[in-house]
Design a protein around this ligand. Structure first.
Ligand code: 13P
Length: 261
């Protein structure tokens, strides 16, 4: 699949929220508005239990589906885990890898992120790889160091054509669910670093075509100013994606910002 950052890419990570009926109602509302939102790539990322019903609510829709996690093995005795082919079967085109909550609570590391990226690409599931620094790291001036390590170790052994299939989401941990958003300038500095690093390691085209999302307290009120930044191609939205009205507003603001850049 060829990726492009010509449109803003807005993904809603629902985390551990929504029953099946609630999920279906939310995507129904989003789908009704989707004909006005064709200038954005929209992805919803429900919990596993709702994936299949969400898919069945969106036949022929431009809204795509992602999962929040998976295990790198294809199948077997791994109680409690879900594989890439299972996610494909449930209708997913994308999968989030290495979200900070998984790194913090479930022991994910750059090494497991790397294995998951390889497994997702092998099954044509596009990875949304999350990276970001903690509050302490930011305060100590270690943001760029942290990002560089996460990218280098997460991408270990991957080739240029694989790198060009990876969506990167910069999510400063201190901005997630806290209401503290990185300022557009703070976010842009990190996004520019990421793009330049990709260009340096994998060529200018890989750098310029990369889709780099920002995540961390994205709301209708800050979506425009973040998306207006040159190197911010979209948003990974948590809390504000749980409600159709605010998620649609974020998408509209992103479309407006993209047109004006
Ligand atoms: P919030 O938008 O709730 O801060 O969550 C961001 C996030 O973690 C998305 O993956």
């Amino acid at each position: 699949m060829i990726m492009s950052n010509k449109k803003p890419f807005i993904a809603g990570n629902w985390k551990m929220s929504k029953t099946i009926p609630e999920a279906v109602e939310l995507v129904r509302e989003l789908n009704e508005a989707s004909s006005e939102l064709t200038e954005a790539e929209i992805v919803v990322i429900p919990p596993f239990t709702a994936l299949n019903d969400v898919k069945n609510t969106l036949p022929g829709s431009s809204i795509q589906i992602g999962a929040q996690n998976f295990f790198w093995e294809e199948k077997g005795a791994y109680t409690g885990e879900i594989s890439a082919p299972m996610l494909k079967d449930a209708g997913c085109a994308y999968v989030v890898i290495g979200h900070s909550e998984r790194r913090q609570y479930f022991g994910e590391t750059n090494e497991t992120v790397n294995k998951k990226i390889k497994a997702s690409l092998a099954h044509e599931l596009l990875p949304i790889m999350c990276i970001g620094e903690s509050f302490e790291e930011k305060e100590k001036g270690k943001t760029i160091n942290k990002i560089e390590t996460q990218i280098t170790e997460g991408f270990e052994g991957l080739e240029k054509k694989e790198i060009s299939q990876i969506i990167i989401a910069y999510e400063p941990i201190w901005a997630i669910g806290t209401g503290l958003t990185a300022t557009p300038n703070q976010a842009e500095d990190v996004h520019r670093f990421i793009r330049n690093k990709l260009a340096e390691n994998y060529g200018n085209e890989t750098g310029s075509c990369a889709i780099i999302l920002y995540g961390g307290s994205v709301k209708p009120a800050n979506s425009y100013s973040l998306l207006k930044e040159e190197d911010i191609n979209g948003a990974l939205v948590g809390g504000a994606s749980l409600n159709s009205e605010s998620f649609i507003e974020i998408i509209k603001e992103a479309i407006k910002a993209y047109k004006e850049k």
